[in-house]
Design a protein around this ligand. Structure first.
Ligand code: AMP
Length: 545
């Protein structure tokens, strides 16, 4: 007889049931939209997720239907992650920062049937309502007595009313593990958004991978603040990894300013936090200006856009917080690489360790990364040669959801659109988005490198490097800068700051000071908008050619 293992499908519902028994009283803490702090635990979340699943049954929402959310990070959203997907429906998380037209387009494309939303998004939902005929039911994520009267939204029900009275256990369907569990649209800068459909299997495997010691290092002793939004790429998988490992989970709600995030971290004794650089910029700005320190925070996972080396240094050297720089995309669930050092690096001096830590890290098992030239030929992993980054793996997308275009895969690899180097130890470093690379005299200049140096200047709050046309060199870099409040900075000072930090020809030709740099729905700088704003800008160096 062949000795074979059992077939045990990897299902989102099994994560929840595991947490219900293994971590029943571990806290789930949320700052609510109302401003107060709400306390729950895995057992209550499991009970209420089951009630939500029954409530969907009561409305006869078929398996596979899309149930949308328009919500901040909080316990009700967390319950829907399990109640919706666990019962075989697809959780469609909508990014509230998208343009309302784009939001309507997405809901129609997904053919959402139910929309669950935080009351702070009521005006958005009111505007959306007439444009999305497929939505049959609306649920306001609030107590029964907070339900707005005369909202104009038909049959609006409060979440608490909706789930009340239903059983707190549910016979979760034993789905094929390749069944769809959730859906997220990419916030692309051109064309219509594209949907990425995750499966139960990919979500569970991704959660296991991000929990590993050399990835996010998650476990039942951690208190994790998920600043990264649940409305974009499933908060980097943290809601699944939470039930998998049983960490105490803290949700910040809508209050993402430095003061609110800091106070929540201190009050709840947060040990690990995950978020994009723009959020950490606000946090560090507050902590520095108030002369505070972190009493419990030990590590942060930073990704979504490049972590400026100056930020990493401040966290590590001034506050003793370990920064794990990570790279990923909506299409990769999102985590592809995370930066932790190997044993052989422990003896390196601080400078050498810092040079390594600012890279985006090593691929986690389950994801392969490769760099290729313009003909698709692999390039050396020497840490110097940049190439187009390809990725494939167990939680990497094969095809966009309901797309008329052919699969974007090239020989089984997904082209990320990023340009990167990989070194002999497997560390990836993103040098640019391929469309943001500056091509000067046939050589490439990394806009991220230019930005990182500017960000290390004490008077710079934010910096974006873009290429502008040049008659001799095709393109030259300029750096667009937002100064820190009350700080003085002249063009010549900043240009002098670049001396010795990069080759002369890579140093930007000019500095343009602005009040703000446009940010997209997920906190990334929108360089296409910036290029629009600066379309009449003339390079001083171009006029002297
Ligand atoms: P999204 O699909 O909206 O999450 O965006 C994915 C893109 O964000 C990637 O293709 C990268 O261009 C960028 N990105 C994510 N993480 C990083 C990082 N750590 N450093 C630089 N760029 C990043």
């Amino acid at each position: 007889m062949l000795g074979l293992m059992q077939h045990y499908p990897l299902l989102v519902s099994s994560l929840l049931e595991f947490a219900r028994t293994q971590h029943r009283d571990t806290p789930i803490i949320s700052r609510r939209v109302e401003g107060d702090i709400h306390r729950s635990d895995y057992s209550q979340v499991a009970n209420r997720a089951c009630q939500a699943a029954h409530a969907l049954d009561a409305w006869n929402i078929p398996a596979g239907s899309r149930v949308a959310t328009l919500a901040w990070n909080g316990y009700r959203h967390f319950e829907l992650y399990y109640g919706v997907s666990g019962s075989g429906r697809v959780l469609h998380t909508i990014n509230p920062r998208l343009h309302p037209e784009q939001m309507a387009w997405i809901c129609n494309h997904a053919e959402d049937e139910v929309l669950c939303f935080d009351l702070s998004f009521l005006p958005l939902v009111q505007a959306l309502q007439s444009k999305v005929p497929s939505i049959r039911h609306y649920v306001a994520l609030c107590d029964a007595d907070k339900l707005p009267v005369d909202s104009g939204i038909p049959n609006l029900v409060s979440y608490e009313q909706w789930i009340a009275g239903h059983p707190t256990v549910y016979a979760w369907p034993q789905l094929d593990e390749n069944t769809a569990s959730s859906l997220c649209y990419t916030s692309g800068t051109t064309g219509n958004p594209k949907g990425v459909l995750y499966s139960h299997r990919s979500s569970v495997l991704h959660a296991m991978a991000i929990a590993m010691p050399d990835a996010m290092g998650l476990g039942a002793q951690q208190v994790v603040l998920a600043v990264v939004p649940m409305f974009h790429v499933n908060a980097w998988g943290l809601p699944y990894a939470a039930a998998l490992t049983g960490f105490t989970l803290v949700f910040p709600g809508a209050a993402l300013d430095g003061k609110s995030v800091y106070e929540l971290m201190e009050a709840e004794q947060v040990t690990m936090a995950a978020g994009v650089p723009t959020v950490w910029q606000m946090l560090l700005g507050y902590v520095q200006s108030q002369g505070l320190r972190f009493n419990t925070l030990r590590s942060t996972v930073v990704g979504g856009s490049a972590c400026p080396p100056a930020m990493l240094r401040t966290f590590a050297q001034d506050y003793g917080v370990d920064v794990r720089h990570a790279w990923g995309m909506t299409e990769t669930s999102p985590v592809g690489t995370v930066n932790t050092l190997k044993r052989k690096h422990m003896g390196l001096d601080v400078q050498a360790q810092h040079a390594l830590r600012i890279k985006q890290g090593r691929g986690v098992f389950g994801v392969d990364i490769e760099i290729v030239d313009g003909h698709g030929q692999p390039l050396p992993h020497d840490g110097k040669t940049p190439g187009d980054l390809l990725v494939r793996g167990a939680w990497v997308m094969k095809d966009y959801y309901r797309s008329d275009n052919p699969s974007p895969l090239q020989d089984g690899w997904f082209p990320s659109g990023d340009v990167a180097t990989i070194d002999a130890d497997g560390y990836l470093q993103i040098t640019d988005r391929s469309k943001d690379v500056i091509k000067s005299g046939g050589e490439w200049i990394s806009s991220i490198d230019v930005e990182n140096i500017a960000m290390a200047h004490p008077a710079v709050a934010m910096a974006a490097c873009i290429g502008v046309p040049h008659p001799k060199w095709d393109e030259r870099p300029i750096v667009v800068v937002v100064k820190k409040p009350g700080m003085a900075l002249e063009t010549a000072d900043l240009l002098a700051f670049y001396q010795g930090k990069m080759s002369k020809w890579q140093i930007p030709d000019d500095v343009v000071f602005v009040d703000s740099i446009p940010l997209g729905g997920t906190g990334k700088m929108q360089k296409n908008k910036l290029r629009d704003v600066l379309k009449d800008y003339q390079l001083p160096s171009a006029q002297t050619v």
